[in-house]
Design a protein around this ligand. Structure first.
Ligand SMILES: [Zn+2]
Ligand SMILES: [Zn+2]
Length: 131
């Protein structure tokens, strides 16, 4: 099984990700934007059993030393790990198999994105944005 090992800026926390993510998306929802303080959230989503802290202590999913966000959880307790965190641990190159496959909650976006990925208005089963 593939294992991705990522860490925060100060290296105190290490997070291991096993196998394949549940989802690879760029989320535009208001919760994600507020949480990450950005215009959208490029994220890989892992379930309980596929992501684990392998070194260090966590408090609210931030590193208590450097303050970096390692992950956040969603309503069903899956771990949402920012793409940039993974990329940083791989020479600033997100492994190709972890790149986003769709945008979600595009109807809540604050900026338009021009790429070729499908843009769902809400979740995965929602209609696509017709640009
Ligand atoms: Zn979101
Ligand atoms: Zn840290």
């Amino acid at each position: 099984m593939k294992i991705y090992t990522v860490h925060c800026s100060c290296n105190r926390i290490e997070l291991s990700l096993y196998g394949e993510p549940k989802a690879r998306v760029i989320c535009h929802c208001i919760d994600c934007r507020e949480l990450l303080d950005g215009p959208f959230y490029p994220v890989t989503v892992w379930t309980d059993h596929t992501a684990s802290i392998t070194r260090g202590k966590m408090k609210k999913y931030f590193c208590t030393n450097c303050g970096e966000v390692l992950f956040n959880t969603n309503s069903v307790d899956w771990q949402a790990v920012p793409q940039w965190l993974i990329a940083k641990s791989y020479d600033n190159q997100l492994p190709l198999e972890l790149t986003a496959v769709a945008h979600i909650f595009y109807e809540q976006r604050i900026i338009d994105v021009s790429d070729n990925l499908p843009k769902h208005l809400r979740g995965f089963s929602s209609p696509l944005f017709e640009g």
